[in-house]
Design a protein around this ligand. Structure first.
Ligand code: KG4
Ligand code: ZN
Length: 332
């Protein structure tokens, strides 16, 4: 079975062609990071306009790279949400038009489920599994009973962890996206600044990162007002130590409450080297699956991977009306 998948929920324009479970025939990811960098974050209107400009080229390149004929494609998949509405609409329009023109069925895929299924591109997912999903928009712990059977165990009550990385980076006058830069500088520093470990001691599996973000901002402003120098590497190391204590601590707590065969690390923040190392070192009760860096940040291969199982389980329709741009629905 050959799936063509489209992802355009934020600032990556991506099309992938996947054969069966994990034979990736082509994968094109066009990142707009350099365009948004000058604004210090993603500007939604600019993101949608660039999706419009590049979508056809990315589509054509993916088909050419795969070395297939359009008639070889069995099903089309597209991210239907959550994401930036204008950006999503470009991908949805492109995918539905392509499906309609070639009389193919189409699947609207949830972006977060896509992040989790990045894991299956390189290894076989085994159940029950636990997933720590950490991205620019979400921070969640999920229990996966089986393919496409999710239970939300805990989530952030305010900021997502990636969002906190990006805001802290901005405060430290570091470029967007903040995650990779903070990760690199943290490795060069020592966690000398005292910062909170929000919600680490609670019984539930929820998170909160807004207070930690504010603690860094206040600390930096206080130091600046006293004309004291901020040691950027040490501040990054201190912030990252807090984040990792919370993420790793909650994950271990979740694994105690919900024993699982595998722990899946997913989402853009899963590219964090510090997080990858600590999870690998400290999680011993389950096999740890961490996608390669290129499958952690937004990409269409993960959408194709999720769509493969969605198609196997529930099939796909040809009505070309994707259910609407949804917010997350783990019961699907
Ligand atoms: O999954 P993603 O590409 O987009 C969303 O669905 O949100 O995640 C983007 C987020 C950004 O906040 C970015 O700063 C963060 O992932 N990120 C990282 C790293 N690489 C990307 N955060 C921490 N460490 C990294 N190495
Ligand atoms: Zn994402």
């Amino acid at each position: 079975m050959i799936i063509l998948a489209v992802e355009s929920s934020c600032d990556e324009t991506s099309v992938a062609i996947l054969k069966d479970e994990r034979e990736l025939l082509s994968h094109v990811v066009l990142s707009q990071i350099d365009i948004h960098k000058i604004y210090g974050g993603v500007v939604p209107e600019i993101a949608s306009r660039n999706h419009v400009v590049y979508m056809t080229t990315v589509f054509e390149k993916a088909i050419k790279d795969a070395g297939i004929k359009v008639s070889d494609i069995d099903v089309v998949a597209v991210t239907q949400g959550p994401g930036l509405i204008g950006s999503l609409l470009v991908g949805i329009n492109a995918a539905t038009t392509f499906a309609y023109a070639h009389d193919l069925p189409i699947i609207g895929m949830n972006h977060l489920i896509g992040h989790i299924y990045a894991a299956n591109l390189e290894h076989e997912m085994k159940f029950p599994a636990l997933a720590l999903l950490v991205s620019g928009g979400h921070t969640e712990l999920l229990y996966l009973e089986d393919h496409m059977k999710f239970k939300l165990l805990g989530e952030t009550q305010d900021d997502a962890v990636g969002e906190a990385y990006d805001k802290v980076a901005r405060t430290l006058k570091l470029p967007y996206p903040g995650g990779p830069v903070i990760d690199r500088l943290a490795a060069q520093g020592i966690p000398t600044y005292s910062l909170p470990r929000p919600m680490l001691d609670t019984d539930d599996l929820n998170f909160s990162f807004s207070g930690l973000k504010s603690a860094v901002i206040n600390l930096v402003h206080n130091l600046e007002q006293r004309k004291e120098e901020v040691n950027v590497e040490n501040m990054c190391a201190s912030f990252q130590a807090s984040v990792l204590d919370v993420l790793v601590g909650k994950t271990k707590q979740a694994l105690k409450m919900y024993p699982a065969k595998q722990l899946i690390l997913a989402g853009g923040v899963a590219a964090n080297k510090g997080l990858r190392n600590r999870i690998l070192e400290e999680v011993t009760s389950a096999e740890v699956l961490i996608p390669s860096m290129k499958f952690c940040t937004d990409n269409a291969a993960m959408i194709a991977s999720a769509a493969y199982f969605e198609y196997k389980l529930n099939g796909a329709k040809k009505d070309y009306l994707i259910e609407g741009i949804s917010t997350i629905d783990f019961r699907r």
